[in-house]
Design a protein. Structure first.
Lengths: 96, 550
């Protein structure tokens, strides 16, 4: 089990709560909430250790593409970076 | 007269040799029928050290009674055999080398035995001639790799040795023709001997003996993919392939490699494709195995014809009931000659799309990874631009190059890959593992599946790279990096360069193609389960037990 946190200040806050995905092998769940302050905080709990650089690159690219402010929690069970990005985008679509 | 005989000896030695070998197995032969109980002794008498032997191992059908029998011969009597076959896929194929019966192999694909084959290479117990594409190997059967003995499989035979191959024609006609017409010996294992065959697929005069196997030949449902396992990422990539490649190039004639990604394309034709008004405009003519996931598109009127490389377990009744679409005999069952389907895939389709395990920054693609030698099957054949092609089509001309009135088109070759495979393994790598195999086990060249210069498009979850539009090598690499995600290749991408390539149409992101990522949902699949496929088929598709939850 590994915990990874990525933060970035500023950004447009999301307005709603969203929950997408599922806790299952090769999948993940994403919980997205309006932030307490104007920053994006993504907290990842992953069952697979050893991929921190890939996680950071994936999350930073997401925040570059979508400069939002939100509190995002990810519970991962071995999803690929493609699935991580897609679930984040799906959550964002519901939360904006 | 004496002169004549001497001449015959000089020019007909192969026929004389064949007659001698057949005479040696007369004890076990009654007409064309061989006694199965003597099969090991028969093979020991028929096969000489150093012979080229084809044990029919196809992509699907396996002459496993004969391969198991061959693996049981005495290595003192039969050794140094040069095995030639499409698929080195049975455990006993590997046993042949471990027991010292076979020494060298020329083949196309090793699928389930890829790990053991790599180990044999490591131990120096096998010499690999080459890993071929199917058509290339078939071609060599008629030039310098003609078998001395062919051990093949069919559904049934009659007393005259005529063979019925059922839906699984595959390699049998090709192997038998090469062997029989050069005075080699053809032995066929059959599931049964019957009075009247449904149809004759191989004439009895080409077959020296038939033997009833201890159990029906082995076959795997290799082309069945359960829609329940298709995830949203595969659906996103399928949408990008349709909007980014099929629709703009008007791709009507095509081949799909096997995988969940291509299955996703097949399953969103009746939904996403229909909403774009593309029925009749794309995907009408196929060189394709009978993919169950294509049933909804067939039933929705998308498909005019499908020529198959082999059969697929469970699809028999459905195919027989759809003879307007499939190539079937008067008996209703499929005829699936791989050599002809591969020829169709090479010359008569405009697009190949498939996946791979590794792509380098020049889009060279390989399925050979460290510790695994898997081979390629038909992909290098379908996934290459045939320079001998001389007929035009809209899709082929969409990629035209050349000038001064001498323009010609180009085959669309698409690699469809997620940037990372499961377990965090990147698909895009700086150097193919295959590149490190040169020099080992007699590999004169790296086992590259599709060379980068044949790849025209790469589709990932990030977007589409139109490599054929790149002005130079630098642009090509930058286009690939732009869609390679956070892999080592993708980390090279630069914002301004990507923006310029998008403006030039060399790279397209989902938003450039009108694809909303949020729409990539399983609800877009025309069938989400095996039961759905059975319903679409009106109950004619009968999935193998392992695919049934009911």
């Amino acid at each position: 089990m590994q915990r990874i946190v990525v933060e970035r200040s500023g950004g447009v806050p999301v307005t709603k709560r969203a929950h997408v995905g599922a806790v299952a092998s090769g999948n993940l769940e994403v919980l997205c909430e309006p932030p307490a302050e104007a920053r994006a905080t993504i907290v990842v709990s992953t069952s697979v250790d050893g991929f921190e650089p890939v996680w950071r690159a994936t999350l930073e690219r997401f925040l570059e593409r979508y400069p939002i402010a939100a509190a995002i929690e990810i519970n991962d069970f071995g999803a690929t970076p493609a699935m991580v990005s897609l679930r984040l985008e799906q959550a964002l679509e519901l939360a904006r | 007269m004496v002169e004549m005989l001497a001449l015959e000896g000089r020019w007909n030695s192969r026929a004389a040799d064949k007659a001698g070998r057949l005479a040696s197995i007369a004890f076990a032969r009654n007409g064309k029928i061989l006694d199965a109980g003597h099969i090991v002794e028969v093979l020991e008498r028929l096969i000489r050290p150093g012979d080229r032997v084809c044990v029919e191992g196809d992509n699907q059908k396996q002459a496993d009674f004969l391969s198991r029998s061959l693996a049981a011969v005495d290595p003192e009597r039969v050794h140094d055999v040069h095995l030639v076959l499409s698929v080195l896929g049975r455990p006993e194929h590997i046993d042949l080398f471990e027991r010292g019966i076979a020494r060298k192999v020329d083949f196309s694909f090793s699928g389930p035995q890829s790990l053991r084959l790599a180990q044999l290479v490591e131990d120096g117990r096998v010499e690999i001639g080459a890993i071929h594409t199917y058509l290339e190997l078939f071609g060599r059967y008629f030039v310098d790799l003609t078998p001395n003995v062919a051990l093949v499989a069919a559904d049934s035979a009659d007393a005259a040795g005529n063979l019925y191959t059922g839906a699984n024609t595959e390699e049998t006609p090709t192997v038998v023709e090469a062997t029989a017409f050069r005075n080699g010996i053809v032995i066929a294992q059959v599931n049964e001997i019957t009075g009247v065959l449904p149809r004759v697929d191989i004439p009895g005069s080409w077959v020296d003996a038939v033997v009833v196997a201890d159990r029906p030949y082995a076959i795997e449902p290799l082309f069945t993919r359960d829609p329940a396992e298709i995830d949203d990422v595969a659906i996103l990539m399928a949408m990008l392939a349709i909007r980014g490649v099929y629709e703009p190039h008007r791709v009507r004639r095509l081949n799909h490699g096997i995988g969940f990604d291509t299955a996703a394309i097949e399953l969103i034709l009746p939904t996403f494709g229909e909403s774009l008004g593309l029925r009749g405009e794309i995907c009408t003519h196929w060189a394709l195995n009978p993919h169950p996931t294509l049933i909804p598109a067939i039933e929705s009127g998308w498909v005019e014809s499908i020529h198959c490389f082999g059969g697929e377990l469970g699809m028999e009744r459905y195919i027989a009931a759809r003879s307007d679409v499939f190539f079937t005999g008067p008996d209703g069952s499929l005829r699936s000659n791989r050599a002809l389907a591969q020829t169709a895939g090479l010359y008569a389709t405009d697009l190949f799309i498939g996946s791979t395990l590794q792509l380098d920054r020049d889009a060279n693609s390989s399925t050979a990874t460290r510790g695994r030698i898997a081979g390629f099957g038909g992909a290098p054949n379908m996934g290459s631009d045939p320079h001998g092609r001389r007929h035009a089509s809209a899709a082929w001309l969409a990629l035209a190059r050349g000038e001064d009135g001498i323009a010609r088109g180009r085959k669309i070759v698409v690699q469809l890959v997620e940037t990372f495979r499961a377990s965090g393994v990147p698909t895009f790598v700086e150097r193919l593992d295959a590149a490190d195999m040169v020099g080992k086990a007699g590999f004169a060249i790296a086992p590259v599946m599709i060379y980068g210069d044949d790849v025209t498009h790469v589709v990932t979850e990030e977007g589409v790279a139109y490599l054929y539009r790149a002005a130079n090598v630098d642009d090509r690499r930058a286009a690939l990096a732009a869609i390679a995600g956070v892999t080592p290749v993708g980390m090279e991408r630069r914002q301004e360069r990507t923006t310029a390539l998008r403006a030039a149409g060399v790279v397209a992101f989902p938003e450039d193609l009108g694809v909303r990522r949020g729409d990539a949902r399983r609800s877009l699949l025309a069938a989400t389960s095996m039961a759905d496929l059975v319903r679409w088929s009106d109950g004619l598709y009968d999935p193998p037990a392992r695919f049934r939850s009911w």
